[in-house]
Design a protein around this ligand. Structure first.
Ligand SMILES: O=P(O)(O)OC[C@H]1O[C@H](OP(=O)(O)OP(=O)(O)O)[C@H](O)[C@@H]1O
Ligand SMILES: O=c1cc[nH]c(=O)[nH]1
Ligand SMILES: [Mg+2]
Length: 214
């Protein structure tokens, strides 16, 4: 698992601002910080993809280079993922995209929940590299259910999951149920509380980005 904050960088500031109760209420800044973090994580992921030789004709001469062998498919899990996804698509600007409407649905008596899913739009995923993008990896249920729903569009060759903030419980859950996935996270937090929110976390990412939902 790649953890961005295991090495100090300017990304520490983006994550600090996402958490900070005095700053996170500025929803435009909150969305922008998720986008900036998405850009940095996309860059890190780009270093692990396959490249092939290419030639570029400049006005003066031919330049030999290495370019992506294939574009990844960026999978966005609505809603909170939208600004984070924007960062990824800024970097992988030629990528195909899939969208999934998934959310932590009705709360059961013991505070647990089922992941509800409705909207799903995806290109063919057969033999492609897919990057599942969701800023919050809490229990991991939303990501697993999203991945399982995507399989009807074909079996990807490589599965990458990227989150801004992950909980150890979610990481363990995904290692068990989705062992083929490689994780790239902004930071790894401490634990989930009784409502399955990440601690210290940042609160509800979807609400902070887009407002309270009924
Ligand atoms: O790992 P999990 O326990 O499944 O939780 C993580 C999910 O919770 C959040 O979405 P939420 O259900 O709040 O929907 P929203 O994006 O519409 O706010 C978040 O964006 C993840 O998709
Ligand atoms: O801490 C959490 C967990 C799930 N979804 C969020 O937005 N925050
Ligand atoms: Mg939410």
């Amino acid at each position: 698992m790649f953890i961005l904050t295991s090495k100090n960088s300017i990304a520490n500031h983006f994550i600090a601002e996402l958490r900070d109760v005095k700053i996170q209420q500025d929803s435009m800044r909150f969305r922008k910080n998720l986008e900036r973090l998405g850009e940095v994580l996309a860059y890190e992921i780009s270093q692990t993809l396959s490249y092939q030789s290419a030639e570029v004709q400049s006005p003066l001469a031919i330049s030999k280079t290495e370019l992506l062998a294939n574009q990844p498919v960026l999978v966005t899990i609505l809603r909170a993922s939208l600004p984070f996804h924007q960062g990824f698509i800024n970097v992988f600007d030629k990528a195909e995209n899939a969208f999934i409407g998934a959310y932590r649905g009705k709360h059961l008596a013991d505070e647990s929940f089922e992941v509800e899913m409705d909207y799903l739009a995806s290109p063919d995923l057969t033999d492609k590299t897919i990057i599942l993008i969701d800023p919050m990896l809490a229990t991991g249920k939303s990501l697993l259910k999203s991945y399982q729903a995507l399989l009807k569009y074909g079996k990807p060759a490589k599965v990458i999951i990227s989150a801004a903030i992950a909980a150890p419980e979610g990481v363990t859950f995904l290692k068990e149920h989705l062992p083929e996935a490689t994780l790239f996270v902004g930071t790894l937090d401490e634990y989930l509380n009784e409502k399955y929110y990440i601690v210290p976390g940042l609160g509800d990412a979807g609400d902070l980005a887009f407002g309270l939902k009924l």
